[in-house]
Design a protein around this ligand. Sequence first.
Ligand code: NAP
Length: 311
Amino acid sequence: MEQVVIIGTGCAGLTAAIYTARANLAPLVLTGTQPGGLLTTTSIVENFPGFPEGIDGFELMQNLQKQAQRFGARISFGNLDSVDFSGHPLKLVVDGDPILTKTVIVATGSSPRRLGLDSEALLEKVGVTYCATCDGALPQFRNQPLVVVGGGDSALEEATYLTRFASEVYLVHRRDSFRASVIMQERALKNPKIKPIWNSVVTEVLDVAQKKVTGVKLKNITTGETSTLACAGVFVAVGHVPNTAVFGGALEVEPNGYLKLQGGTRTNIPGVFAAGDVADSVYRQAITAAGTGCAAAIEAERFLGEETENY
Ligand code: NAP
């Protein structure tokens, strides 16, 4: 029987691992399909406190993992198949094997949102991508015009990053102002390679018949005007959706799909806590994920101390 199983190894999961490991709970930490979480797909993280020069996202996550392991966290490259939270102990099925545990910390994070176009799905991995730092340097994108879709921090960060490789970067946004922070906007808009296309949406990615990206069809949503823009790649950065599907309705969610918390980091199931982006539609920062990971660990530790006899 496990004391605590942590699902996810992003900032929330690994911070929960550091705290529960230091509390001598020897947490079992499941990586899922993306060890290290979304920060491993970013370049320099400039706003995590304690790193005045910034830190590479991958390096930051490696450091958090080492810190958790130093105190006895057990990192497992496991993938959660399903859960049974109908009684205690809590049951998880991980890569086909059952695991029983007294507490669970859900830190499954979020995944990139799709535009929802058929052509987007058909051209994914052959020119449509959701991660500039993962794919931007590929030969097919070098010295070519590229399209980034979105107006948040991710879109502007990706557009700025892609200017290292692209001939120009068209930033297609559905409104006439960005959602991104002022510093990101200033950085992107002063870059001569970045060309914003306002009030516009991508209606089709071309060209499915050629099995590669040659351009996008655009629609200006204020004038209704349509146009075609040639490009070699489409980088979609339109936000994220919380990773809750694996819980199959066992955990209550808010109308927007994020896990519903009952105060602190408690979910509707006693002994199941949630931290990071999976339960945060508001802040979604690395440091807030780390903060709630710490809080979930403290609450799990208290639950084990005070409430286990009831279950
Ligand atoms: P976000 O802030 O939710 O922005 C998503 C953007 O995509 C918005 O501009 C939105 O348009 C647009 N969008 C959403 N659905 C769309 C659709 N179907 N078609 C076209 N456009 C669509 O997401 P994010 O940029 O991924 O950022 C997530 C969080 O991470 C934020 O809290 C952000 O501050 C943080 N973040 C921080 C940094 C940093 O500080 N270095 C870097 C990356 C992310 P509207 O504006 O019209 O809604």
